[in-house]
Design a binder for this molecule. Structure first.
Ligand SMILES: C[S@@+](CC[C@H](N)C(=O)[O-])C[C@H]1O[C@@H](n2cnc3c(N)ncnc32)[C@H](O)[C@@H]1O
Length: 252
């Protein structure tokens, strides 16, 4: 449970934080006979939600969601938008971040610097190779690399419905780039020379076990930022982008 269903743990942390703050406010106002400003309550709830979320095993990037959840709800409420706007916003976030809720892997994108470094790393492969992005997001790096290496074959797999649709449409004009609606766990890595992923800490151990079985000799496994516990990369490149991401390379 500690590694699975992060959305449920995040929700439980929010509810618990609201309950604790409400109880504290009740005691301060009724027993202490002191006034409490609502801004203080919102800040306390945000801090508590972050802290409880960490205790519940949520990884670091969840802190941002945890801290902003209730303030965002209050802000939206103040805008008095029609109910359908909330539903539409919720559906868009859900369909883009499907795997965040199910597997703890949200949508965030490879930086331009990382894509350029990837392009450099691919140069040593010559013009023809097969590349797969496991969880290709909006297919930005794939389309850029497919343009740069027109004789190579690029594949992306993605299971967040709206993310997949956008990626698929983006790749349509590129004859050497294909996007499939398929789980990364259900695709064989054997046909590929280069396996790229930018996921989260959660799936890395299991993914490495899969790679050990399926990677063919000469293939490389490249993870953006997230390492494999207990397995040092053969090469590591730090990038000067905003997130200070790293490309970690394992060679078979
Ligand atoms: C951090 S994003 C990276 C997107 C893209 N690779 C990039 O670097 O710009 C991770 C993506 O992996 C997708 N994903 C997570 N688990 C997946 C799975 N089991 N099968 C396919 N895609 C998955 C998510 O939906 C998300 O779009």
């Amino acid at each position: 449970m500690r590694r699975r269903y992060p959305i449920l743990r995040a929700l439980a942390a929010q509810v618990l934080a609201v309950a604790l703050v409400a109880l504290a406010a009740f005691l301060i106002v009724n027993l202490g006979r002191l006034p409490v400003h609502w801004v203080l309550l919102v800040l306390a709830q945000a801090g508590l939600a972050v802290w409880i979320g960490k205790r519940f095993g949520l990884v670091r990037w969840w802190s941002v969601f945890q801290a902003l959840f209730v303030p965002a709800l209050l802000g939206l409420n103040a805008l008095a938008l029609p109910p359908v706007a909330y539903l539409a916003a919720f559906l868009i976030v859900l369909l883009l971040n499907w795997n965040s809720f199910r597997h703890g892997v949200p949508l965030y994108l490879t930086s331009n610097q990382a894509t350029l470094r990837l392009a450099e790393l691919l140069r040593e492969r010559g013009p023809e190779f097969k590349f797969i992005d496991l969880g290709c997001g909006l297919a930005g790096p794939l389309c850029q690399l497919a343009r740069r290496y027109p004789l190579a074959q690029f594949t992306g797999v993605e299971t967040a419905p709206l993310t997949f649709l956008i990626a698929w449409l983006r790749a349509l004009p590129r004859r050497n780039c294909h996007i499939r609606y398929r789980s990364l766990w259900r695709v064989s890595l054997t046909p590929y020379d280069v396996i790229y992923c930018f996921l989260s800490p959660l799936p890395m151990s299991d993914l490495w076990q899969k790679a050990l079985v399926e990677l063919r000799p000469g293939a490389v496994f490249i993870s953006n930022t997230f390492g494999i516990p207990g397995v040092s990369p053969d090469e590591e490149y730090s990038l000067p982008d905003r997130r200070r991401t790293r490309l970690l390379v394992w060679k078979k």
